[in-house]
Design a binder for this molecule. Structure first.
Ligand SMILES: Nc1ncnc2c1ncn2[C@@H]1O[C@H](COP(=O)(O)OP(=O)(O)O)[C@@H](O)[C@H]1O
Ligand SMILES: O=c1ccn([C@@H]2O[C@H](COP(=O)(O)O)[C@@H](O)[C@H]2O)c(=O)[nH]1
Length: 201
């Protein structure tokens, strides 16, 4: 199994890049694991308490579960990937059965901060987009798709997103084998990653 880790700050375009890579590849041949599914379960907290969580700090992620799941997939076993709700800021309680594939892509802002995960990735990719570009995309996406308002996104940006990006996410660029510039859609980079995957299928 080839495991590809795709990191990069919020709004850099990780999900979009993954979807572009999957386009034109045989359906069902590549599996996806999203770091977002591994935000810690906070059912014991009220909604008001949950919104105060720093979701951009590595401690918000259940890396042990993510690592165990990758190990199970490597052994050929299916896993139950938790389903996460950005609207509720919590796991939904549902899980998605994820079967092992020849190629698994793991994507998320913090996945390269964890040394054990880094060791498991055969290829490490960092998607880069400028800070202002990422903020604009995040604003549009969170207001349209994640039920946020302008003030909420900007407050979170100033209090946690920006400092956590600088402290934890941007420094992981140095671990990347490939950096994809993604201020604009980058079809050449997508084609390169796709051809690496093709060789493995
Ligand atoms: N290269 C790009 N050019 C313009 N918009 C983009 C580009 N890549 C992604 N987007 C848009 O930016 C938003 C955030 O992208 P997304 O893939 O969800 O980022 P991430 O998963 O890194 O947070 C989405 O609305 C997406 O359509
Ligand atoms: O409950 C939550 C959990 C996370 N977030 C924010 O999501 C982004 C990570 O997702 P991307 O798709 O990579 O942008 C992270 O910056 C968290 O702040 C959230 O708003 N609520």
């Amino acid at each position: 199994m080839l495991i590809i880790g795709i990191a990069g700050g919020t709004g850099c375009g990780k999900t979009t890049v993954v979807n572009q890579i999957l386009n034109e590849l045989p359906e069902g041949e590549v599996g996806i694991i999203s770091q977002d599914s591994y935000y810690k379960d906070t059912t014991y907290l009220s909604y008001e308490e949950r919104i105060t969580i720093n979701f951009d700090h590595p401690r918000s992620i259940d890396f042990d579960l993510l690592e165990n799941h990758l190990k199970e997939l490597k052994k050929g076993n299916p896993i139950h990937q938790p389903v996460y709700s950005f609207v509720k800021h919590n796991r939904t309680g549902d899980t998605l059965v994820t079967h092992p594939r020849k190629v698994m892509i793991v994507e998320g802002i913090l996945i390269l901060t964890n040394p054990e995960l880094r060791k498991m990735f055969d290829i490490k990719i960092f998607v880069h987009a400028d800070t202002d570009e990422r903020l604009i995309r995040r604003l549009k996406r969170d207001i349209c798709e994640r039920g946020r308002d302008l003030d909420e996104v900007l407050t979170r940006y100033q209090n946690t997103l920006k400092p956590m990006h600088e402290q934890f996410i941007e420094p992981t660029k140095e671990y990347a084998d490939i950096i994809i510039p993604n201020n604009k859609h980058n079809t050449v980079a997508i084609d390169i990653v796709r051809s690496i995957i093709h060789q493995k299928l």
